[in-house]
Design a protein. Structure first.
Length: 136
């Protein structure tokens, strides 16, 4: 399952994501992963969640981002939830490429039952309509 937290800068997306990560870390029966750009969430996210600085892996663009997630799930079958902050800072501000990645990830997640939540800095109307179903 894919979830998108959509809003413009300063609308509280990251705070919502942090609360979701910490709650999932308390209740999940599997592994919880939080992906960020830089080390900005180090003191906000529970130590029970795995915090990954995507800059360490040189990921840029949504094709590389998708490949990163495939490797993440291939290496750990126990992941139940993945949270991603600053999605467009990592993949670029290409709405169509983001929509394609979301659709590919939705198929991947159908197979393993995990949930992925992204913060997306834009207005709902900026995103292609085909991924509006994932907005929470």
């Amino acid at each position: 399952m894919i979830k998108l937290i959509v809003g413009n800068k300063g609308s509280g997306k990251t705070k919502t994501l942090i609360n979701m990560v910490n709650e999932a870390a308390k209740t999940s029966k599997g592994n919880v992963v939080c992906v960020e750009k830089g080390n900005t969430l180090t003191f906000d996210v529970s130590h029970q969640a795995r915090l990954i600085d995507i800059d360490t892996y040189g990921v840029s663009g949504f094709d590389a981002f998708y490949g990163f997630f495939c490797g993440l799930f291939a290496g750990n079958y126990d992941i139940t939830e993945v949270f991603v902050d600053a999605t467009f800072k990592i993949g670029g501000k290409d709405y169509l490429a983001f929509a394609i990645m979301v659709e590919k990830l939705a198929k991947l997640l159908d197979d393993n039952g995990a949930t992925m939540t992204f913060t997306v800095s834009c207005g709902k109307d900026d995103l292609p309509e085909r991924i509006h179903q994932y907005i929470i």
